[in-house]
Design a protein around this ligand. Structure first.
Ligand code: ZN
Length: 148
């Protein structure tokens, strides 16, 4: 049994993931390496194909889709988040959301400068690797304007 599986069970984050799955009508299936897959998630938030809570990877697609060999990199990305939950426990949530805000402020994407997503692998998680907002600007920072 993987250490992260034990730690996410002890720190309660996997229980929260299972609660999210049950309360949203997703079906929990056994994955690989102690990862559980909750399939058929239908809520609008978060706007991602998959997200991880404890050792539970919640996906809009089927468990077969996520466990397919062609999605091995994506599953590895999500499993890395399970490892982050193992270390941080419930502190993952405020830390992750602060990291999203920081990345959004820096680059206009909640993933590309988010240390949690960088650690899990941007490319295998499907995140763009964006430059900092001001790296192409000429020194003046506009407030409130759109920055395409
Ligand atoms: Zn991720």
């Amino acid at each position: 049994m993987k250490v992260r599986t034990v730690l996410t069970a002890i720190n309660g984050t996997t229980a929260v993931g299972l609660a999210v799955a049950v309360l949203t009508g997703a079906r929990v299936r056994r994955g690989r390496d102690g990862i559980l897959v909750a399939e058929g998630y239908r809520r609008r938030f978060p706007p991602a194909m998959c997200f991880t809570v404890g050792s539970v990877v919640i996906t809009r697609r089927s468990a077969e889709w996520l466990l397919d060999e062609r999605r091995a990199e994506l599953l590895a990305h999500e499993a890395r988040h399970a490892g982050q939950y193992a270390v941080l426990g419930p502190l993952f949530w405020p830390a992750y959301w602060m990291a999203c805000g920081l990345s959004w402020a820096l680059a206009g994407s909640y993933g590309s400068h988010n240390p949690f997503e960088r650690d899990a692998g941007l490319e295998r998680g499907g995140y763009p690797r964006l430059p900092l907002r001001w790296s192409s600007a000429t020194g003046s920072r506009s407030r409130g304007g759109e920055n395409p």
